[in-house]
Design a protein around this ligand. Structure first.
Ligand SMILES: Nc1ncnc2c1ncn2[C@@H]1O[C@H](COP(=O)(O)OP(=O)(O)O)[C@@H](O)[C@H]1O
Ligand SMILES: [Mg+2]
Length: 424
């Protein structure tokens, strides 16, 4: 089956589209990424998404309009991708569209006198199906939440299918707007997989760049601005006190926490510590990397033998973020082998003694490798879109694809809603 997966994450930088050929059924499901593309949101649309995602007021009418407008943009992105891939939409059996999250409250909070959790991804799937002529599955999260889960993360199912290994423990790290990890112990069963958001991904870096360039630049291309600044250790230390980092998993976060108010706080801190703009960008880039490494050292490595960390998402394209992640996770390299993969970095390292009640390790020397998903044939910017192609395929076959140990759901759920293509 040829399946398109479409994703727009918390960065709201645009729509990523992945084309996959998928066959079989778990545990013998085969997925091959054939191609990928991405398209940008028109600037006023992006501004409105970010405004709404920060919980600024919007009328019901405007929200309804935005849902349909995004449906058109997702539909157009699918058609544009087909033209680029030189594949007729008629050959594509199915689309899985994540949509754009504008609100996510995974844990119940009191609302009108009752504890309520909810989530909202927009980009109307019926519009996508009508525009492309391809049956579209969307709205994946509510079915998991209806079973008491947090509706997130959903990518761990794909991580499990793509990365599970009989001998190697692996962590899949996605650096999108928010950074999240999936832990897949060696030879794991689905119920041994767990996942959580470690904290910011590109969100704070992007916001600072947009602030200092007055919107002329959206992100720190190739870390050029961060590289021209210096790290402020006192500020880094202050940032690492953030209470989210200390919270025990499972936990999830988003623009609600690491959005505009957080950035205001950052700018005030920078003032207090007399940190210049480029120094702030560098320090926040380092903070992002250290917060991920911290989560690994606190919540993962003491309990699980991990051999590989596989990085995806736009943040994997930020060279300074990637280097800092490497340093913060593994410490300074002792030996660097450059294997057959040009981007593969293998570092021999001595894991720091976690000093916690950790399971005894067979040896105190372990090999941990940091790789990119592209080393597995999945370009870093296509990984999440591919995941939603996989989830759509599972739903189409009426199989569940949430991982209850990752979302907290009472049990398996068949995710999403089907919008059929108009009859031909
Ligand atoms: N060449 C690059 N240099 C630095 N950062 C990059 C580069 N390419 C992508 N990024 C970062 O990746 C982000 C987009 O990542 P993405 O995985 O699409 O996030 P999301 O899933 O939240 O949409 C950009 O906003 C930017 O911060
Ligand atoms: Mg994106």
């Amino acid at each position: 089956m040829l399946v398109l997966g479409m994703m727009s994450g918390t960065s709201a930088d645009g729509i990523d589209v992945a084309l996959a050929r998928i066959s079989g059924a778990p545990p013998n499901l085969n997925a091959k990424l054939l191609d990928h593309a991405s398209s940008k949101f028109p600037s006023p649309v992006r501004k409105e998404i970010l405004r709404v995602a920060e919980q600024q007021p919007i009328s019901a009418g405007e929200l309804s309009q935005l849902n349909f407008r995004l449906g058109e943009l997702f539909g157009d992105a699918a058609l544009a991708a087909c033209r680029r891939f030189k594949v007729s939409p008629r050959r594509i059996a199915l689309i899985g569209s994540h949509g754009q999250t504008i609100f996510h409250q995974g844990r119940a909070t009191s609302y009108l006198g009752s504890p309520t959790a909810s989530t909202l991804q927009i980009g109307e799937p019926s519009i996508i199906a009508a525009r492309t002529g391809i049956t579209t599955i969307g709205d994946f999260r509510p079915a998991d939440m209806a079973l008491g889960g947090q509706g997130a993360p959903l990518v761990p199912y794909a991580d499990y299918l793509l990365y599970r290994h009989p001998k190697l423990g692996r962590v899949s790290l996605n650096l999108g707007g928010i950074a999240n990890i999936t832990v897949i112990p060696a030879d794991a069963r689905p119920d041994q997989v767990f996942a959580f958001d470690t904290g910011p991904g590109n969100m704070l870096i992007d916001a600072l760049i947009q602030h200092f360039t007055r919107g002329r630049q959206q992100f720190d291309k190739d870390a050029q601005l961060a590289r021209s600044g210096y790290l402020s250790r006192p500020l880094l230390k202050a940032l690492l006190q953030d209470p989210y980092l200390k919270l025990k998993p499972p936990k999830s976060t988003g623009r609600e926490y690491f959005g505009t108010p957080y950035v205001k706080k950052l700018l005030a801190l920078a003032n207090r510590y007399k940190v210049k703009p480029n120094d702030l960008i560098r320090t926040v880039t380092t903070f992002t990397a250290v917060s991920v490494a911290d989560a690994l050292h606190t919540f993962v490595l003491p309990k699980h033998e991990i051999h590989e960390i596989i990085v995806s998402g736009g943040g994997a394209e930020n060279p300074l973020l990637f280097e800092a992640l490497h340093l913060a996770t593994l410490g300074p390299p002792r030996k660097v082998y450059s294997g057959s993969f040009p981007r593969r970095l293998v570092i021999e390292m001595r894991l720091p003694d976690p000093g916690r009640k950790a399971a005894p390790r067979p040896k105190d020397v372990s090999f941990l490798t940091i790789l990119r998903s592209s080393d597995f044939g999945i370009p870093v910017e296509a990984k999440e879109a591919l995941a939603f192609a996989l989830l759509a395929y599972e739903t189409f076959h009426q199989r569940s694809s949430n991982i209850p140990s990752a979302t907290g759901a009472r049990g398996p759920a068949i995710l999403g809603k089907v919008s059929y293509a108009p009859p031909r």
